[in-house]
Design a binder for this molecule. Structure first.
Ligand SMILES: NC(=O)c1ccc[n+]([C@@H]2O[C@H](COP(=O)([O-])OP(=O)(O)OC[C@H]3O[C@@H](n4cnc5c(N)ncnc54)[C@H](OP(=O)(O)O)[C@@H]3O)[C@@H](O)[C@H]2O)c1
Length: 216
C-alpha cells in the first residue's frame, strides 16, 4: 500500500482519482479546502488553500511520508481581450502556478527516493498547441506551471523523485460546465496509469492522460 496525497480531492477529477486509488487499496489522504459528503470514509485534511502558506503547512503537518503526490487544484475563468481583468489573471497565476509549487515545496521533507509527483496542468498551457488564442489567465498560469514542473523534475532527480505534468483530457466537470469528451472517472483512471508508469527516466514529461506526449 502506498500513500497518495491528492490536493483538490473534494470534487471533479480529484475526487474520482482519490476514489480509484482508495479502491485499489492505496492509503489516500484527501486534501481540500472544504470536504464534501463524497469524502465520507476518506482521511481528509481540510483548509488546504493552495494560495496560502498556512493552508499548505496544515497539509504538510498531517502527513508523514508521501509516495504519490497529485496536485489537482485549479481554476479556470475565461479572460480575453474583451474582459482583460488583471486581478483575475493574478488569481489564476496564484492558484494554478504558484499553488502547486507551494504544495510541492511544503511537502519536500515528506518525499523520498521513489516518490512521484503529478502536477495536473492543461494542454491550454502549451505554447506550441495554442491555435485559438485568448484565455490569458488560464493559459499563462498553466504555462507557468509547466515550467515549474520541468524545473522540479530536474531539481528533484538527485533525490530520486520523479515529476510529470499531466493533461487530463477534456473532462465533464464543473470547470467545463459539464462539457467534454470523457467523464471524470475515466480521466482519473488514465491519470493513475500515467502515474504508475512514471519513472526517473520519464521524469519531466508533459503528457496527455491517454499517454501521448504533448508539445511544450
Ligand atoms: N475538466 C477539464 O476538461 C480539464 C482540462 C484540462 C485541465 N484540467 C485541470 O484538471 C484539474 C481538475 O479540474 P476539474 O475539471 O476537476 O475542476 P473542478 O471540478 O472545478 O475542481 C477543481 C478543484 O480544484 C480545487 N481548488 C480550486 N481552487 C483552489 C484553491 N485555491 N485551493 C485549493 N483547492 C482549490 C477545487 O476545490 P473547491 O471545491 O474548494 O473549489 C476543486 O477540488 C484542474 O487543475 C484543471 O485545470 C481540467
Amino acid at each position: 500500500m502506498s500513500t497518495w496525497v491528492v490536493v483538490g480531492a473534494n470534487r471533479g477529477i480529484g475526487l474520482e482519482l482519490a476514489r480509484l486509488a482508495k479502491q485499489r487499496g492505496e492509503r489516500v489522504i484527501a486534501a481540500c479546502r472544504s470536504a464534501t459528503p463524497e469524502l465520507a470514509g476518506f482521511e481528509v485534511v481540510e483548509g488546504v488553500e493552495v494560495t496560502s502558506d498556512s493552508g499548505v503547512a496544515r497539509l504538510a503537518a498531517a502527513v508523514d511520508s508521501v509516495d504519490v503526490l497529485v496536485v489537482m487544484a485549479g481554476v479556470l475563468k475565461r479572460v480575453g481581450l474583451d474582459n482583460l481583468a488583471f486581478d483575475e489573471i493574478r488569481r489564476q497565476l496564484e492558484v494554478n502556478a504558484l499553488g502547486p509549487l507551494r504544495v510541492v515545496h511544503a511537502l519536500l521533507p515528506k518525499l523520498h527516493a521513489g516518490s512521484k509527483i503529478g502536477l495536473v496542468t492543461s494542454r491550454m498551457g502549451s505554447v506550441a498547441d495554442n491555435t485559438s488564442g485568448s484565455h490569458y489567465a488560464y493559459r499563462m498560469s498553466k504555462a507557468a506551471l509547466n515550467m515549474a514542473g520541468k524545473s522540479l523534475s530536474i531539481d528533484l532527480r538527485d533525490r530520486g523523485v520523479a515529476v510529470c505534468l499531466l493533461h487530463p483530457g477534456f473532462v465533464r466537470t464543473a470547470m467545463t460546465g459539464q462539457h467534454g469528451d470523457v467523464d471524470p472517472d475515466v480521466a482519473a483512471a488514465r491519470l493513475i496509469d500515467r502515474l504508475d508508469a512514471l519513472t526517473l527516466e520519464t521524469s519531466g514529461s508533459f503528457l496527455h492522460a491517454n499517454g501521448t506526449e504533448l508539445p511544450w
